[in-house]
Design a protein around this ligand. Structure first.
Ligand code: ZN
Length: 223
């Protein structure tokens, strides 16, 4: 399978966000299980160079699922994804050119649509993640055709919770604080053509519940 690459900074921020929840020992255990022990205390460099393989990014997420089970992985990866995207915007300058005066005058849903298209373009420019936005009535679909999170993984259902969290946070930021529902409906890990994330105009009730799904004291053997 051809090698695909992801930006160092996003991989670094994702690992740091996992560390925020699980502690340094927790993240070290995850990295060792993923056979990425050389990253323990040695995260990728803090730059947007595209050097972190999809294989390794997917490996980290697979190890989280093996350690914490599907439910624990969902909570942890959603949260890590949200934190990663928030920091990439506030500290990393991701989409820094977006909120100009004309953009801010758009209605909320138009801001979300334009912003997600910009995010897809930005990620395509910075990495090998190929994605685009489709509009279907009251819904938007963020379609990822080359997905770093489930690369070479297989599953009975959608497993790209880190990406779901990133999109939740992007929508939250673009809409200036709304929580629209973001659900992964198709996943390449299940054999679907793409990983498809459906963003609905209805406000979500997921936020608080998801973030509490995993806590530092959780027993890794459970689940
Ligand atoms: Zn995926």
């Amino acid at each position: 399978m051809e090698r695909r690459l992801y930006p160092n900074k996003l991989a670094r921020m994702y690992l740091a966000a996992i560390e925020d929840v699980m502690g340094s020992n927790g993240v070290a255990a995850i990295l060792r299980l993923a056979k990425l022990g050389d990253l323990v205390g040695n995260y990728p460099p803090d730059n947007f160079d595209c050097e972190f393989s999809f294989e390794d990014f997917a490996g980290v997420n697979q190890a989280i699922q093996e350690m914490y089970g599907a439910h624990g992985a969902r909570g942890l990866c959603l949260r890590a994804g949200r934190t990663t995207l928030r920091r990439a915007i506030t500290d990393g300058g991701l989409m820094a050119d977006l909120p100009g005066p004309a953009f801010r005058l758009l209605p909320v849903w138009a801001r979300v649509k334009v912003g997600l298209a910009t995010l897809a373009e930005t990620l395509a420019r910075l990495s090998d993640q190929v994605s685009h936005v489709e509009e279907d009535g009251e819904k938007l679909a963020f379609v990822v055709e080359e997905c770093p999170e489930c690369w070479a993984r297989s599953s009975d259902g959608p497993i790209c919770f880190g990406n779901t969290g990133m999109l939740q946070e992007a929508v939250h930021w673009l809409s200036e604080g709304e929580e629209f529902s973001v659900i992964e409906t198709e996943c390449m890990a299940r054999g679907d053509y793409a990983c498809t994330f459906v963003i609905s105009r209805e406000l979500a009730e997921h936020a608080a519940e998801d973030l509490d799904a995993v806590q530092p004291g959780d027993d890794p053997a459970r689940g």
